[in-house]
Design a binder for this molecule. Sequence first.
Ligand SMILES: Cc1cc2nc3c(=O)[nH]c(=O)nc-3n(C[C@H](O)[C@H](O)[C@H](O)COP(=O)(O)OP(=O)(O)OC[C@H]3O[C@@H](n4cnc5c(N)ncnc54)[C@H](O)[C@@H]3O)c2cc1C
Length: 542
Amino acid sequence: MQATDYIIVGAGSAGCVLASRLTESGKHRVTLIEAGGSDTALSLSNFFIHLPLGYGKLFYNPSVNWMYATEPDPGLNGQRDHWPRGKVLGGSSSINAMVWIRGHKADYDEWGAENPGWGWDEVNAAYRAIEDNEAGADAFRGQGGPLFISANRTGLHWLVDDYIRACGQAGLPYNPDFNGEHQEGAGHYQMTIRKARRNSTARAFLRPAMKRGNLQVVTRAQVTRVLMEGRRAVGVEYLKDGQRHELRCRAEVILSGGAVNSPQLLELSGIGNGAHLQGLGIPVVLDNPNVGEHLSDHQGINYTFRMKVPTYNDMLRPWWGKLLVGLQYVLTGGGPLSKSINHGGGFFRTRADLARPNMQLYFQAFSTLLPKAGERPLLTPDPFPGLSIGLSNCRPTSRGSIHIRSADPLAHPKIVANVFATDHDVQEMLEAVKYLRHIAAQPALAGLIAEELRPGPAVQSDADLIHDFRQRSGTVYHHSCTARMGRDPAGSVVDARCRVHGVAGLRVIDASAFPNLIAGNTNAPSILMGWKGAEKVLEDAR
Ligand SMILES: Cc1cc2nc3c(=O)[nH]c(=O)nc-3n(C[C@H](O)[C@H](O)[C@H](O)COP(=O)(O)OP(=O)(O)OC[C@H]3O[C@@H](n4cnc5c(N)ncnc54)[C@H](O)[C@@H]3O)c2cc1C
């Protein structure tokens, strides 16, 4: 192993961007350590990474996925939730649903109010520099940056137009760009898809950087703790091929392991709740009980309808349909395999007096309620034309936590999701599912729908609707804030430069460092973390 200036732990959405930006000038040697394997080695999992619709095959695939489970959650009627996280170059950007949403302007003004440099104007400038947006450049969209964003306007299922018209009839007008001036409305999602292939951060940022001599990437190597000398990080310990290794660095260690693994690594390294660490026999380097707390996440539910008209189920289920869409993809680069299943979506307010949208919509001309015997749900299209309209909350007030259970670095941490723990979250979801039904009842959709299958027309009372979403909802995979940024160490883990409070030479740069959860999907803000975090690192190196 060559001597290195920076060690980045985790090649995910943020880590790949960091590796790219820190090696750009050629002045710094960087080592990126990733627990998962390469995303380009010949394997079926990697095939499904690059085929956009293939992510449906990765939700339960341990070769590229950490496969976490939450504790039984009272908010989910005592059930556990399944938490996929990417474990491969590109991290969760290699297994996600590719929707490109930045969040609401006001979210970033909240970030910036306490954290200098993270307000909307600074963040918008960074997003414009990151993007190569097919929809063109304007005051919000960027062109010429490293990350191609597909406008996703062609080859969509025709039912998207009916959905958008139904939203208009329900009082939610068309919005041509959720990442523009206004977030509210119904429309199409922009996608991290380029030339009919997933545009993960491994593809857009890491591969070009890997041509540089000053970046070394170590795969299938799991960092087990940060090496500390007093309160200074000096390197990491990692396991590769069953062997324990140590790597020291001249400058800094940067944790980009994501919202589950970064707090886990901090705790394994003696940074966290002192009493908890002592109880596990881990010497305490810094007592900060915020590590692993403030867990924020979006919770989603699908309403599913049997349609009178064909949906993707009719193509994606029978063998001849699979053959046809496969041929369509190979010969034209188009068809359903070339896209995420979420062709459209939207943002709405559950009450008119709210200042900004508090709910997000997902439209899928597809349904999957009936897995084959022994097969996981999510994978099999139903044997009838089905359609799903999903929604998730934007700014939930329930908070969970992630903490290690033992000093064993290979043991999964204890995840307490604690969803729907506040009346606020329950009430707004109740209002939201009623509005979802209101959309489906509009003339543009109602005549095409044969029946509502889930939850079904018998579920009408508030109590039944609440029971239903506690029973059927799940994470939409936006875990964040577990090493949150803030001015005051009494309420946060890192400062506005992503430096761990009270410790030298150590930063956290990934979704765990979000000060608050933004309204929307979290790949864009994780990439933003990597992009702006790298600027802070480089400024401090001067
Ligand atoms: C199934 C799914 C669907 C999603 N859909 C969308 C979507 O459509 N749009 C959207 O915007 N967001 C989506 N998200 C969320 C988004 O992808 C994540 O929020 C984002 O990728 C998080 O980035 P990150 O850098 O914080 O962590 P990650 O991208 O998860 O990266 C962390 C990396 O660190 C590695 N790592 C962890 N611990 C260690 C260790 N100890 N040693 C070495 N390496 C380690 C991991 O293997 C991983 O590669 C989805 C997520 C999932 C899982």
